[in-house]
Structures are given as C-alpha cells and as structure tokens.
Design a protein. Structure first.
Length: 486
C-alpha cells in the first residue's frame, strides 16, 4: 500500500471505526481501550493522544515513511518528505521520539549520524493509519477517482457543474478566492475556475499555486469577451459561459490527460488551444495584430524546441535495450561541433584529482548519459563508475587514511535507487574533506531545504539536473571547469 494512499485518512473515525470494522487492528486497540477505560472511566475517546498525533500534517507521513523504509537517517527521510524544512522535521521527530513512537539510534557522534525506526507503539499507530485507508476505500464516495476542483462564486453554477462531473470524478468545490486557495493542493488533478471572482481572479489563484509548486491542468470559465491577450493566460484551456455538459466533460478529460504530458508538451498544447480560442472568438482579423503574431512566434519556438527534444530522445532510446555499459558506449554519438569543450587542467594535488570524475549509478541507460557527457566535455576520457551505492561504500570502506582518493571529483544523484545521495555524502565527509574529495550533488529538484541540507553535509556544489541531454552535457562541462579550478 502506497504512502500517498495511507495518508488520505479521515481524522474523525480513527478509533471508533477501527474498533467496529477492522479485526486485524483490534488486538492493539482493545488493549489500549481497556487500559484507558479502566484508568479513566470518564475518558472521552475523541481526546485521544493518538488522534492528536495523527491529526497533524507531518507525523502520519513520517510514520508511514519509516514503516516503508525501515531504519532511515535524517537526510534520507527529509528527501522523501516534500517541502519539509530541517527545523520542522527535527521538531516532529523529537516529539515522536518523546512519545515513544520512534526509536532514535545514534550511530556516530562526530559527525553526528542517527537512524530512526518504529517502536512497537509506532507500529500500532501505523496499523491505525492503514485501517483508515481501508475505511476510505469502503466508505468515501469518489475515493480513487481523479480529483477536480470547481471554483465559481455562483452557488447554482457550482452545483450544476458538480452534478455533471460527480459520476466520473471526485469533485471539490469553492465559491471564493480564499476557499479556492485552501482547496487547491497537490491532490487536485484538474481545475475549472471562473476567471472573474469578486475577491480575486482565476489568474491570481493559479499563479500563486504555481509559485509553490502546485500546477494542475486548468481551464478558465468566463462570460466576458476575451481579447488577444488571452493567449498569454496561465490556463491550459479556455471555456465560454454558459458551457454544456458535453463540452465540460471533454475539457476535464483532456485536462486529466495533460498530467501525463511533459512540461513543454503541455505548454505547447495549452498555447495552441488558447490561440485557437482567440481566433474563434475574435475572428480571423485578429491574426494580423502584432500581439497575436508574437504569440505565434513563441509557439513556433516551443515547437522547434519540442522537435529537438524528440530527436534527442530518439537518439538515446535505443540504448535502453543494451546488455552492458560497454555496448552502450559503443553506440555513443559524437559531440556536435558547436558544443564547447573543456581542456582538463593538470592535477597538482597529491590527495585528489579534481580534473577527473567518478560517479555512482546502478542503471546502465542512465550511466551512458553521464559517461558520454563527461567524455564529450573533455573533462575525462576514463571516468570511474561505481555501479550502486553499495559498491561505492564498500570501496570507500576499504581505503585506510591517510591514503588518498584516486578517482577524482565525485558526482552523486540524490535519488539513487540503491540508497540516498545524502547518506552517501554524509559518509564521504566522515573520511574526506571538501578539498580532498570534491562532491557535486545532482538532483531533479531544487527545493530550498534540499539545497541547504546538501551544503550542510559538505557538498562543494549543488546542480539542478535537466532532463534534455544537450543541457545535461553543458552542465557537466561547466562542472568540470569548476572542479579543475579547485
């Protein structure tokens, strides 16, 4: 059962429902219930400490994550909990340890390294969370359906749109800006917003949500005539009031499919729709306006970029079926003439070789992209690969100080399938300082807490990892130049 599934629980039914409906949790619950009732005959179950713990934002997520991973360090736990700061995570962990839900084991004092596991009491709480997820499956109408947000200040319009969608979607409604901002979270998979609300606009709501990383595919509803400027609205689709049930259902289905699009593909599809909408509502003469022509130019540039990505993806797709890294590297294309190269700087340090690169990667298809980028950058013709965190840590453990590190600067991806990049970085810094073994952290995300934690653990540089290979290679080139100057 997934973490996201377990956390969609109802706060109001945690004890009463489990006692009545979940035999697999009844032993633990009955023991606690009997003890509580015997010690406090007037005890109100709604005042339960367990209910207080599970009613918070982060504690249930922490319990579920620790249950799923087993013993886990602070950095690994933080990387699995999106948007949690060091302070908030530390405070929640301390509280759970104090209440005997988590066990905290100090593995090393300097630098300090700890691991967390569930206590028997924590395992019982996990059982309760699991049971509430089962309750959702059985009793919550619409559970598991795509969740759609409807925002309109007219209650009758909200009721009508809800009736049209509720047979196929889990519908959430809001009638003003404040309630819309509260409802628009990362569980929403499509949003239908009235563009003009009394206290705000649909644009303002969507732009505020995007600023914090929430960006569901969105349609704006409007009874007001649009201008050519609508081509730049932050909406994937534009609909005119009054709409029909058929039009609305078609729009929501398309919005839901957009969740599977890449960012660029979604932007192209949205711009295509907005320009078509402008032409249909303003007439063919709108195409002669400077504003429309500029919007078309932007669309063509996006299409060219998309075509470049498709060609690059096709060039790399054939690597996925190779049996070995040697076979993969035999298929590597040469670098285009216009790509810059970096001439390696001779290494003067007797401890580290920052003009060379080593990296950790257990997937051959990903390894070829890393190794090709390193070779084409001119940084290293023979980068050292460790096929997973276990191989790297075993090699590191075999080095006895003051023996130097002979494999150059180290490239670590935070989200390694075989272990957390944070844990590896922490282990490296126990043996080598930043000047002895330079470390670059690569990550698909760039959350402030994640970046801060990487530097706190001793990373030399943090780099956001792009998906397109040409940009990936350019960043490797810059990274080599950075390391050569250390």
């Amino acid at each position: 059962m997934s973490g996201g599934h377990l956390l969609e629980y109802s706060k109001t039914v945690i004890f009463t429902h489990i006692c009545l409906h979940h035999q697999h949790a009844s032993n633990a619950i009955d023991r606690r219930h009997t003890r509580i009732m015997s010690e406090h005959s007037n005890h109100n179950l709604a005042d339960s400490v367990a209910l207080e713990l599970l009613g918070t934002k982060w504690k249930p997520r922490i319990i579920v994550t620790v249950s799923e991973t087993g013993a886990i360090g602070f950095g690994s736990l933080q990387s699995r909990l999106d948007n949690i700061s060091n302070k908030v995570l530390s405070n929640n962990l301390d509280d759970l340890v104090e209440r005997d839900v988590l066990n905290k084991e100090v593995l090393q004092e300097s630098p300090r390294r700890v691991e967390f596991t569930l206590t028997p009491a924590g395992e019982d709480l996990y059982t309760i969370i699991e049971a509430t997820a089962d309750w959702d499956d059985q009793y919550v109408e619409g559970y598991g359906l795509p969740r759609v947000l409807i925002v309109d200040n007219d209650p009758r319009q909200v009721e009508l749109l809800n009736a049209w969608l509720s047979t196929e979607y889990d519908v959430v409604t809001a009638t003003d800006g404040e309630s819309a901002r509260t409802a628009l979270d990362d569980t929403i998979q499509a949003a239908i917003l009235n563009r003009h609300l009394p206290d705000t606009t649909g644009e303002a709501i969507i732009e505020e949500a995007r600023a914090v990383g929430i960006s569901p595919p969105t349609a704006f509803l409007s009874a007001v005539d649009v201008s050519v400027s609508a081509a730049e609205l932050p909406a994937d689709l534009l609909l005119t009031k009054p709409t029909t049930q058929e039009e609305l259902l078609g729009a929501v289905k398309l919005l839901d499919r957009m969740n599977d699009f890449s960012d660029l593909r979604r932007k192209i599809r949205a711009r295509e729709h907005r320009l078509k909408y402008v032409r249909e509502t303003q007439g063919p003469a709108v195409k002669t306006t400077a504003e429309y022509e500029q919007a078309e130019v932007t669309l063509e540039e996006m299409r060219d970029e998309w075509q470049d990505q498709l060609e690059q993806d096709e060039a790399w797709r054939k690597f996925s079926n190779a049996d070995s890294i040697e076979e993969l590297l035999g298929q590597v294309p040469s670098a285009p003439d216009d790509w810059p190269t970096v001439t390696p700087t001779p290494c003067e340090s007797s401890i580290a070789q920052p003009c060379e690169i080593s990296y950790i990667e257990d997937n051959d298809a990903d390894a070829v992209m890393i190794e090709t980028a390193i070779r084409q950058s001119g940084c290293s013709r023979n980068p050292t690969r460790f096929a997973g965190s276990e191989e790297f840590l075993s090699h590191l453990d075999g080095i006895r100080r003051p023996a130097p590190w002979h494999h150059g600067a180290l490239l670590i991806d935070i989200n390694l399938p075989s272990g957390s990049g944070f844990d590896i970085l922490e282990r490296v810094r126990q043996q080598y300082g930043p000047g002895e073994l330079p470390v670059a952290i690569f990550s698909g995300g760039a959350r402030e807490a994640e970046v801060t934690h990487a530097y706190e653990l001793g990373a030399n540089v943090y780099i956001h990892k792009p998906m397109a290979y040409p940009e990936y290679r350019r960043r490797i080139t810059g990274l080599c130049g950075f390391f050569s100057r250390l």
